[in-house]
Design a protein around this ligand. Structure first.
Ligand code: NAP
Ligand code: MN
Length: 269
């Protein structure tokens, strides 16, 4: 056994079942000679997140995309990210100690948001959304790499990773993407298609190395809202938003063969 002295970060949401799972898990880890970090240790060996997909996303954002692998214990609804259930703790610890696991790497989206004064970067594991702040139509000039694609008119656009394709993207009529593909999906949110305005009405799929550029129409600069993984960011006078896949990795620990399509069937059919 070569896993002694590893430092484990355990993070939990506030649901009673999560807190109880956290208590049992910490006890079991310590009995197996792991060190459970008291506060989040950025140099730890593993993050275990107890909750639903939302908690998983929030944990990664809160701890600033840590380099160590992460695994989730699901106490939510289905758990696309959450690989373990609370009754599998012993099996998990046994396999983790043996090194009997695999790591799947996923890349988040990176949006560079430029206002008149400065640029800032935000990351999205599921998606990045550019939408109107108010209920009025917004108009966005959309370019792919250096070529102009369309002037979008409607509520906004959502750019999703393969991992995020089963979340908000799917509710908007976007496609479910096999996570073995590297791509980005641009899904329109209530596109207008009339004699006055023309926008693509289906999702558009672009390769992993593309750069998506969005220039809000001048009059609408002040009413743009950016959201990533359920968190909103608002800036005044947005001139350009550039979205691409980040080089950063999120390392998902899998301790058995992860069958994405079984999960998708279970959730949607
Ligand atoms: P939430 O509003 O509580 O979550 C919405 C639902 O999306 C939850 O059931 C959540 O699962 C699920 N979910 C999250 N990531 C998923 C994924 N990759 N595949 C399948 N389902 C997923 O918000 P939240 O829990 O903080 O999660 C943030 C995410 O919610 C956003 O990234 C966005 O994709 C999604 N969202 C969806 C809609 C919509 O479908 N109309 C609207 C707003 C936000 P859990 O129950 O396990 O947390
Ligand atoms: Mn949730």
């Amino acid at each position: 056994m070569y896993s002694i002295n590893k430092i484990i970060n355990v993070v939990s949401n506030n649901k009673p079942v999560s807190k109880e799972t956290e208590r049992i898990l910490k006890h079991k880890l310590e009995k197996n000679n792991f060190t459970v970090a008291e506060n989040f240790d950025p140099n730890g060996d593993l993050v275990i997140c107890i909750g639903g997909d939302g908690s998983f996303l929030r944990t990664i954002h809160k701890f600033n995309f840590p380099d160590m692998p992460i695994i989730g214990i699901n106490t939510g609804h289905l758990g696309f990210f959450q690989d373990l259930s609370p009754h599998e703790l012993d099996e998990f610890i046994f396999k983790y100690r043996k090194g009997d696991y695999k790591i799947d790497e996923i890349h988040p989206l990176e949006a560079t948001i430029c206002t008149r004064n400065s640029c800032i970067e935000i990351l999205g594991i599921n998606e990045i959304i550019i939408r109107g702040y108010k209920s009025t139509t917004i108009h966005l000039n959309l370019s792919l790499d250096e070529s102009f694609l369309e002037k979008f008119s409607g509520d906004g656009i959502l750019v999703s990773t393969p991992t995020g394709s089963t979340a908000y993207n799917y509710s908007l009529g976007g496609s479910i993407v096999d996570p073995r593909l590297n791509m980005m999906q641009i899904t329109p949110i209530a596109p207008i298609n009339t004699v006055a305005y023309r926008s693509f009405t289906s999702s558009i799929i672009v390769p992993e190395y593309s750069t998506i550029k969005v220039h809000p129409e001048y009059a609408y600069e002040n009413s743009i809202l950016i959201a990533s993984d359920g968190t909103e960011h608002r800036y005044n006078s947005i001139v350009e938003v550039q979205i691409q896949l980040s080089e950063l990795k999120v390392k998902l620990l899998r301790f058995r063969e992860y069958n994405f399509w079984n999960k998708a069937k279970e959730k949607f059919l």
